[in-house]
Design a binder for this molecule. Structure first.
Ligand code: ADP
Ligand code: MG
Length: 288
């Protein structure tokens, strides 16, 4: 491979909004046969909106929302943004918090008026009242729980939709000979709905995946002899992006994801993934 042609390829990439971190990366795209796509912020817009609040006992919905949003204001996660925006839209005023912590791939936690409030996946709570179990079972979208003292007090649903371009982009990836997989920390029902909408085989969907297991999943595919491109946007995707043969980060996502990736896509849609792989292959053809 001549360095000049490789550099021209990376220059063309920059014009298309594809930042390739060095000419050698074009080489790794050649053998890629599998593309693992994160759901939230990658296949979907990543801008879910608040759609429902269900509370247990006599807790008012606005009180639950106030507790949740006061914690989530400290988080960059799309779910957190939807909770905060939804609370503000409903005129809920946020409380002051201390000791905010992110629980990657699971939720967030902070002290609100001296009480430790947790927001996130059901597994973060020791006790989940029956009414919230029912809400979890029928939720259309991503549902998170908010609670304190080990007990979940309310369920908040936010709904995210696939980007308009995702289905066509998945089709193009197939056209390039790549097998698409969907990997998400979100629940199985939401994951299956998105997979169906964008045209990913239901048997290639893995849901409820913790960040460290995204990494394991990429490695397991590699152990099957696959050459894996991973596309993601979040802190939770960083380890998997680094492990993949080709890590591609959405530029709209977090800095940690961008730092762990080989390619950063300035245009946030899966179409750009197909552009990047297509460009790399064309560049390599010119060189040979
Ligand atoms: P994805 O793989 O779809 O990008 P993540 O791994 O980022 O999803 O998150 C997985 C799940 O963890 C989310 O669907 C949500 O239930 C929960 N979660 C993560 N961060 C937060 C947060 N800040 N607030 C509430 N829930 C969260
Ligand atoms: Mg994500």
């Amino acid at each position: 491979a001549t360095p000049t042609a490789l550099l021209t390829g990376t220059g063309r990439g920059a014009q298309l909004g594809i930042l390739i971190k060095g000419p050698q990366i074009l080489e790794s795209t050649r053998a890629v046969d599998t593309v693992v796509l994160d759901k939230t912020g990658t296949l979907t817009t990543g801008h879910p909106v608040l759609t429902d609040v269900v509370t247990a006992g006599s807790l008012p919905a606005d009180a639950a929302l106030k507790a949740a949003a006061s914690v989530e204001v400290g988080s960059e996660h799309p779910v957190a943004r939807a909770v905060v925006a939804g609370a503000r839209e409903r005129g809920v005023r946020l409380a002051d918090t201390q000791d905010f912590v992110t629980l990657p791939g699971e939720g967030a936690r902070a002290a609100v008026n001296g009480m430790v409030v947790t927001v996130g996946r059901p597994s973060l709570f020791d006790v989940v009242p029956e009414v919230l179990h029912e809400a979890l079972a029928r939720a259309e979208g991503t549902i998170v729980l908010v609670g304190w003292e080990g007990t979940a007090r309310a369920a908040i649903t936010v709904a995210d939709t696939p980007r308009e371009t995702s289905a066509a982009a998945v089709e193009r990836l197939r056209g390039l000979g790549l097998t698409p997989y969907l990997l998400t920390g979100d629940n199985a029902r939401t994951a299956a709905a998105v997979a169906q909408q964008v045209g990913i085989d239901p048997t290639h969907v893995t849901a409820d995946v913790l960040p460290q297991h995204k990494f394991d999943h990429v490695r397991a595919l590699q152990e099957q002899g696959r050459v894996v491109a991973m596309v993601g946007d979040g802190v939770n995707d960083a380890a998997a992006l680094a492990q993949a043969d080709l890590g591609m980060a959405m530029g709209s996502g977090t800095d940690v994801a961008a730092e762990s990736a080989d390619i950063v896509l300035m245009r946030a849609d899966v179409e750009t993934v197909a552009d990047a792989i297509g460009l790399s292959r064309r560049t390599l053809q010119v060189i040979k």
